[in-house]
Every structure is written in C-alpha cells, then in structure tokens.
Design a binder for this molecule. Structure first.
Ligand code: LLP
Length: 437
C-alpha cells in the first residue's frame, strides 16, 4: 500500500527509503509512517467533506495514532482533531494545534481534564452523561465562559464488527440512549444551562465498518431524533457529528468503500431526511481515525528463532509482538506480512509469526506464506498505523519501538525508541529498602 515498492536490491522501500537501511539506522522493531499516504488519506476526507460542503469538517481521531508531529500533519491538511483525554489534549496543545478545531470526547472526563479543555478553548465538548454536563457547566461558569457542546447520543444501532469495538448499541457505556428517553431529557437540561451552548449531536456506531448502509441508517435514526427534539423543545440542530468507523484493508477479502462514497451516502441521506422531516440541514462532522492512519503505518521486525514442529507448525519469532501490536491478541485481528529484505522472493512456506512476550496468545499472524527465511531477515507487517502505537505497552518490560516518518527518500525520527532507563524512570525505592547490598 501507499508508496511501497521493491527496489533493485529486492528490498522493500517506503517513501523512497530502503527498509533495510531503516533497520540498520533506527533498529527494530520500528514503526514506519508513510507521510505521503497519511496526507493523502487526510486529503480524501478534506476533499469529500469540507471541499464539497464548506461548513463540514473532518476531525482526525487522535486515539488512532497521535504524536506532536502527527498533530502538525493533521493541521496542515486542514482537518480538526478528536481527543479523548487530558493526555491527547496536552499533545495537541504542545503541537500548537488550533484549539477551536478540537473536539473533546470521553465518557468519564475528570474535573481536571474538563478544566484543561475549557481553559485551552477547545471548540466542542462532546458530553457523554449528566454528571459531565453539570460539571462542565460549573467549570465554564467559574471561567466566565459559555462552552459549546454536542451531546453524545446512543442511537441503538448494531454495526457488524467485533464486540469490543461496537459502540452504538443501547447496552453501551457511551452516550445518552434515545430509546429510554434519556437523550431528549439531556437536551432539555442542556438547553436550560447558562454556561452551555448546545450545538447538536454526536454518535459513533463502531469501527472497521464496510457497509455504507450502516451510516445511512445512522443518519436516519439521528435525523428522526433531531425532529423529535425540534417538536419537543424548539431546538433546531446545527451540527451533526457522525463519528468515525470506515473500515480499511488488512487481508484479502477486505473491500473498504471509498471516502467519497461515504460522504455521498451521508449527504444524500441527510438532505432527504431533513427535507422529509422539515429540518434545517445541519453542519456535518466526521471523525475518521483508522482509515487515515491505518494504511499509512507498518511495523518492521527482525526475525529471530524459527521453530519447526514437524507436521504441526513453524513458529517464526520476531523481536516485538503484542507489546507493540496487541490487536491480534485482543481482537483476533489479521495482518499481512512480507520479508522486507527479499521482497521479490516467492512465498514457499506456511508459517506463523510469534511475538516475544511470555504469553501463548502473543501471535501476530497465524498461517501466512512467506519466502525462505533465516534469523536476521526483516519482516514487515503492513497496515499497522491504527491502534498499534497508541495501544502499545511495556509488558515483560520490553521498551516501546521508535517511530520514523518517511517520505521523499528521507526518514525522520518522530518518536524515540524507549531505553531500559526509560523503563525505570518512574521506579522508586523506599527508604527502608535503600542502602542494601
Ligand atoms: N469517534 C469516536 C467517538 C470513536 O470512539 C472512534 C473510535 C472514532 C471516532 C474513530 O473511529 P475509526 O475511524 O478509527 O474507526 N482499538 C480498536 C478500535 C477502537 C475504536 C474506538 N473508537 C481497534 O484496534 O480496532
């Protein structure tokens, strides 16, 4: 994907940089971010939404992959940013991201996080529950400001995706359910609060979704809710945020729809519905994450132990695993891989790729055909840009990998590799254990 190609040495190249050189210079495991691909994916959203309807906005979901450098890329491409924690917000602040284009999400924002957001001047709070609504009103009051918000609505839609990444169904920790009357109740309350300015509604039905029908259906449910709100309160929705969720290619059989097809379905359904229901067409916001970062990232590993259990399976172990990519262990997520230093060699053997953590479940890929390999060869797993680095961990005290941004034949470090000392940075030894031999 992206700018990948095979050079005359038979090595895989990304952004004009030889992956063998990357491994030599930066070590492995290594997260590689293809700048051109990341920008292209941002641009597709910009073209399909903001250029077509200048009041609409695509905000990149920072939970997918966020660093200060990535904030800069997102800003340069004209997108806003969705943050879900004080940490993500702080990252955006430090990168000088324009705060009016930041949407602050989260189902349990702490008073400190709310204060940080109000002080920073984030464009929208996406309010998840009544506790937050009143807390936010109080904090905005103390700061003598009125905070613009969206209410997060739980539309009661089941998207066809993994159980843990479904978010729109009624039995969910997120948002105000429509069915129970809690959504309309929240609207009435929000409209009464002095330091809250209700702009509209948000919903998000899940992630890695391939059926555009799911989005059309969401628009239908949300516009019906908007009509109910108008009838009951006289409030006309100005803004409708439909969340993220567009799927990407991981392995054969994944056929994700194009971004402009998504935009068309959203705009068409919205216009029809608004006309039918007598509503003003609201400003549209979408929150793509995976479909921007996923295809732009890959992870480079060095192959170590190769264990052949005759007649059963060949385990090929790499120098990373669930620490840098917990998705296969967590969601049975599937990936493709290639031997990066022999990218033209024919696949000859069925193997399975193991990580190096002390867990049998630490397998990155079950059953993949690879070229002939030996220890020291490089393995590249593709499409790891989304929810890998951000979900990485130090299990077994493995340092987290570095991340390089590649493009135009250059590679620049954007996240330093963790050292053993980084791992000890927060360790303390109590006095009574000090001075011992
Ligand atoms: N907006 C909201 C409110 C969300 O909860 C999410 C993702 C997004 C936007 C971005 O969705 P995307 O375009 O990336 O599908 N860790 C899981 C995915 C969790 C998604 C959480 N919310 C995984 O690795 O598959």
């Amino acid at each position: 994907t992206g700018t990948m190609k095979v050079n005359e040495k038979g090595h895989l190249e990304i952004g004009g940089v030889d992956t063998v050189d990357l491994a030599r210079e930066f070590g492995t495991p290594l997260y590689i971010l293809d700048e051109a691909e990341f920008r292209k994916n941002c641009r597709e959203y910009y073209h399909s939404f903001t250029e077509k309807r200048p009041d609409s906005l695509a905000i990149y979901a920072g939970k997918t992959l966020l660093t200060t450098a990535i904030c800069r890329l997102v800003d340069e491409e004209g997108l806003g940013l969705d943050v879900v924690s004080g940490g993500e917000l702080y990252t955006a602040l430090k990168a000088n991201f324009p705060m009016h284009k930041v949407f602050f999400h989260g189902n349990n924002k702490s008073p400190e996080e709310i204060k940080l957001g109000v002080e920073a001047g984030v464009g929208r709070f996406v309010v998840d529950n009544l506790y937050e609504l009143y807390l936010l009103n109080d904090i905005a009051h103390a700061q003598k400001t009125r905070q613009a918000i969206l209410l997060r609505i739980s539309p009661g839609i089941e998207a066809h995706t993994h159980e843990y990444i479904k978010t729109g169904q009624i039995d969910s920790k997120f948002g105000f359910p429509i069915e129970t009357g809690q959504a309309i109740d929240a609207v009435i309350r929000a409209l009464e609060l002095e330091n809250i300015e209700l702009k509209g509604f948000h919903c998000h039905i899940g992630s890695q979704i391939f059926e555009l029908d799911s989005f059309a259906h969401t628009v239908e449910v949300m516009t019906e809710f908007m009509a109910e709100v108008y009838k009951n309160t006289g409030f006309m929705t100005q803004e409708l945020d439909l969340g993220g969720g567009l799927g990407i290619y991981y392995t054969a059989g994944d056929n994700p729809p194009a971004v402009d097809a998504l935009a068309e379905v959203i705009f068409n359904t919205l216009e029809n519905q608004c006309q039918k229901l007598g509503l003003k067409v609201p400003r549209v916001v979408v929150e793509p994450g995976r479909s921007i970062a996923g295809p732009a990232g890959s992870t480079l590993y060095t192959i170590g132990a190769i264990k052949d259990i005759p007649g059963i399976r060949t385990y090929v172990a790499v120098d990373g695993g669930m620490g840098d990519n917990p998705r296969p262990a967590l969601y049975q997520a599937k990936y493709e891989a290639i031997v990066a230093n022999k990218a033209n060699a024919k696949p000859v053997k069925l193997v399975s790729i193991a990580g190096k953590c002390c867990e049998s479940g630490d397998m990155l890929i079950w059953d993949i055909e690879l070229a002939e390999i030996k220890p020291g060869d490089l393995l590249l797993i593709s499409n790891t840009g989304a929810y890998n680095y951000t979900m990485s961990m130090n299990y077994n005290r493995l340092p987290r990998p570095a991340m390089v941004l590649v493009g135009g034949g250059r590679a620049e470090l954007i996240v330093r590799r963790e050292t053993y000392d980084d791992l000890l940075r927060h360790d303390l030894i109590p006095v009574h254990l000090k001075n011992r031999k």
